[in-house]
Design a protein around this ligand. Structure first.
Ligand SMILES: Nc1ncnc2c1ncn2[C@@H]1O[C@H](COP(=O)(O)OP(=O)(O)OP(=O)(O)O)[C@@H](O)[C@H]1O
Ligand SMILES: [Mg+2]
Length: 459
């Protein structure tokens, strides 16, 4: 497609020379005698580049440049100037001109500059397009699931992303709170600004305030410079306060203030700073209980709870398991250079029926491990971790009359021992209580079955 160049010069002869030369080079060239006429053309036509004299009657080239920068920021402007002192040129470029050409000029110079400007513009546009595409991919590919509870989540994300309302994400560990926080950001008008995540549970209490709000030089030993915090980094964008349920009470008060007044002070500083940040808070804890225990400020809870989104656990959306497993299988195939085409029906059923206490993250780990150990083209039961398939083997054969009742009872016993351990995160006394036996009896049984206790059975 031919590019259109607008030549602005009050010297008709020069304008003619330029338009003819540019047409010869294959561009569409339009001429304007002054800035007003140029702006009129810009408002009506699709112009890819403006070539303008600096000295024009009435509104001069510099003012025209400013108008174009403001109203058509993507259109490059090349200035033609008779007095090309370096200072002028630098000033023009600072003000947003792509380049300048000094009079008298060779037409080849004009051609080369125009070519470079158009080419750069294309690269910038390509970049923008790639970025949009990437964000699009983010939106559609990262949030897998078609079950009703998950569709409800997507619906809520869509409802809330346009606004700057505070969002509170709750859900068990591994249910996708961080991915959802990101997709809220990348689908919001703030998407071009930063997304910053702070894990409130991972930062020592003494450092959290400075991490969030920054500090001024000398605020404490080791503060050798002013340092901006996460609020400043996220300005204009989104700040994820992850594991907010673990935030110390003293800092909760400061967060409350940011939410109410949109201002904060860096540690050791007296100057109040304004902030324009959208807050997404996430926690796997039940904040209401934390409030009743005096561990979480009630006023902050209500401020955060403006738009709550609860992420369903994977066992409450079992029908999504095959879809998510297939998604991870594809990813691990690619990263490990494998060609596993799917799961055997038995493996698939076992995965759907398993409880997934670690949710999607656990499923992801399980598929990764299976891809590593699988020898054939399909992932089978024995490629899954023991606790996933043992329960299942059992369920499969539940209704048949066993040919060896003792062996069968042992198998059942083993199954329930493992299940209780898994549900109690490996805590024996809890597991024993679940099964209605003493801890001592529990201990004897797991010895008999040679079951090794791992604190968290899923690891
Ligand atoms: N809907 C989804 N589709 C596909 N993958 C997902 C989905 N939700 C989460 N994941 C993946 O599952 C893993 C866990 O997600 P994420 O870290 O967001 O969970 P979380 O709720 O923040 O967990 P935690 O409480 O442990 O921090 C990530 O690898 C993420 O990419
Ligand atoms: Mg998380």
């Amino acid at each position: 497609m031919s590019r259109t160049i607008l030549v602005v010069d009050d010297e008709i002869r020069l304008a003619d020379v330029l338009t003819v030369a540019l047409s010869d080079l294959g561009y569409n060239a339009i001429a304007a005698e002054n800035a007003v006429e140029a702006l009129d053309i810009l408002s009506k036509e699709q112009i890819d580049l403006v070539l303008t004299d600096l000295r024009l009657p009435g509104m001069d080239g510099r003012q025209l440049l400013n108008e174009i920068r403001t109203n058509y920021p993507e259109t490059p402007v090349v200035m033609i100037t008779a007095f090309a002192s370096v200072r002028d040129a630098v000033e023009l470029i600072k003000e947003g001109a792509f380049d300048y050409i000094a009079k008298p000029f060779e037409i080849e110079d004009v051609a080369a500059t125009v070519y470079r400007a158009l080419r750069l513009n294309e690269v910038v546009k390509d970049n923008e397009r790639l970025r949009t595409e990437l964000e699009g991919r983010y939106r559609f590919d990262q949030l897998i699931g078609t079950s009703a509870p998950f569709c409800r989540v997507i619906e809520q994300v869509t409802e809330v992303c346009e606004s700057r309302a505070t969002v509170l994400l709750t859900g068990e560990s591994g249910t996708g709170k961080e991915v959802v926080a990101r997709s809220i950001h990348f689908n919001s008008p703030r998407s071009k600004r930063p997304f910053v995540a702070v894990n409130c549970a991972a930062i020592p209490e003494g450092l959290l305030e400075s991490e969030l709000f920054g500090h001024v030089k000398g605020a404490f030993t080791g503060a050798i410079n002013n340092r901006p915090g996460r609020f400043a980094q996220a300005d204009g964008g989104t700040l994820l306060l992850d594991e907010i349920g673990d935030m110390p009470i003293a800092i909760q008060a400061k967060i409350l203030r940011v939410l109410q007044e949109r201002t904060f002070e860096p540690v050791g500083g007296t100057q109040t700073q304004e902030t324009d940040v959208r807050i997404v808070a996430a926690t796997h804890k039940d904040l209401k209980t934390a409030v009743s225990q005096g561990l979480f400020r009630e006023d902050l809870y209500y401020r955060l709870n403006v738009f709550p989104i609860e992420l369903p656990s994977l066992r409450n959306r079992k029908e999504d398991v095959p879809l998510i497993a297939a998604y991870f299988l594809k990813q691990f195939n690619e990263s490990m250079g494998k060609r596993i085409s799917g799961f055997t029906p038995k493996a698939q059923t076992a995965m759907v029926e398993y409880r997934w206490p670690g949710n999607i993250r656990e499923l992801q780990n399980c598929v990764e491990r299976a891809v590593i150990v699988a020898k054939g083209t399909l992932i089978d039961l024995q490629n899954l971790p023991r606790y996933v398939f043992e329960g299942h083997l059992n369920a499969d054969e539940q209704n048949e009359i066993p040919s060896d009742i003792d062996a069968e009872l042992l198998k059942q016993e083993r199954h329930f021992l493992l299940k209780a351990l898994e549900e109690s995160d490996g805590i024996q006394i809890k597991a024993a209580q679940m099964l209605g036996i003493s801890e001592r009896s529990f201990w004897h049984r797991i010895k008999k079955h040679d079951i090794k206790i791992v604190k968290k059975m899923l690891n």
